[in-house]
Design a protein around this ligand. Structure first.
Ligand code: MF3
Ligand code: CO
Length: 270
């Protein structure tokens, strides 16, 4: 029944609460970004994110989710998503995706970024990160036309423009009173256009791209998703609210204003 479940529509007051979760999610990820350097371990980064969420009065939506054992997913190099933070120190040049979320007052945030540890020394890796980031913002901006949810995937695909593989089988999602809700938000164009984009919808948009193919495997830990061809991957994600007056990127400190300006999209509260 894919695409037929009801989409939770939020009131403006509920979206304000989701903003608090979004800002705490953003603060946790920014603290991790600031700590990212050669020699630090993913477990240490996880502890930093966990402490920011705790101190901000939130809880982690990842920890315990279907038994997930950490606060963050930390996905290094050929790991696409759902990497479990471990004890192997990061080294300069590693491509690291950090994904996390906070729950505040019952409302969920979810966001991810990818960064290169130390000084980037590989142009292809830098491109991987930047094209995926641009694809995220193109996907977000596509909501502004108030068409169909499927417009996001079309915009992501067009932004990537064949330069990267767009990972098959993993999608963005509705978010609100739970982390994963209807609808699925694909990262590529399909025939089924999905539900209409309506004010009160909140979506987690999250392109996942590789320097090679679109196929992945799950490691025996039942979490870690790796590229089947061993190429490196990137993952960017924001939680985005559709408002009467425009879009509000709840997990971006400026609400998305600076990035969305290039697309001519208004962010009302900025
Ligand atoms: N945050 C991921 C997503 O973007 C899901 C994480 S799965 C978990 O949808 F188990 F780690 F929580
Ligand atoms: Co998500």
């Amino acid at each position: 029944m894919l695409g037929r479940e009801r989409v939770e529509i939020k009131t403006p007051e509920q979206i304000q609460k989701m903003r608090a979760a979004g800002l705490l999610t953003s603060a946790a990820l920014e603290s991790v970004r600031a700590a990212l350097r050669p020699g630090i371990t993913p477990k240490e980064l996880d502890a930093i994110g966990a402490e920011v969420i705790r101190a901000g009065g939130g809880t982690s939506n990842f920890l315990g989710y279907h038994g997930y054992p950490a606060t963050l997913c930390i996905s290094v190099n050929e790991v696409v998503v759902h990497g479990i933070p471990g004890d192997t120190p990061l080294v300069a040049g590693d491509v690291v995706s950090i994904d996390g979320g906070a729950v505040v007052d019952g409302w969920h945030g979810d966001s991810a970024f990818t960064a290169i540890v130390g000084e980037p020394d590989d142009a292809g890796d830098a491109e991987l990160v930047e094209i995926t980031r641009q694809a995220l913002w193109a996907g977000i901006a596509a909501l502004d036309a108030r068409g169909r949810v499927g417009d996001v995937g079309a915009a992501v695909e067009d932004a990537v423009d064949g330069r990267l593989g767009i990972v098959d089988g993993y999608t963005g999602h509705g978010i609100g009173t739970a982390m994963h809700m209807a609808p699925d938000v694909l990262n590529y164009r399909v025939r089924e256009k999905g539900p209409k984009v309506r004010p009160g919808m909140v979506l987690a948009i999250e392109p996942m791209c590789t320097r090679g193919g679109i196929e992945t495997d799950v490691l025996p830990d039942d979490w870690t998703v790796v590229t089947s061809d061993g190429t490196r991957a990137a993952h960017w994600e924001h939680t985005v609210a559709v408002l009467d007056e425009g879009l509000w990127v709840l997990t971006a400190p400026d609400g998305g204003a600076s990035e969305l300006a290039a697309f001519g999209v208004q962010v009302p509260s900025a």
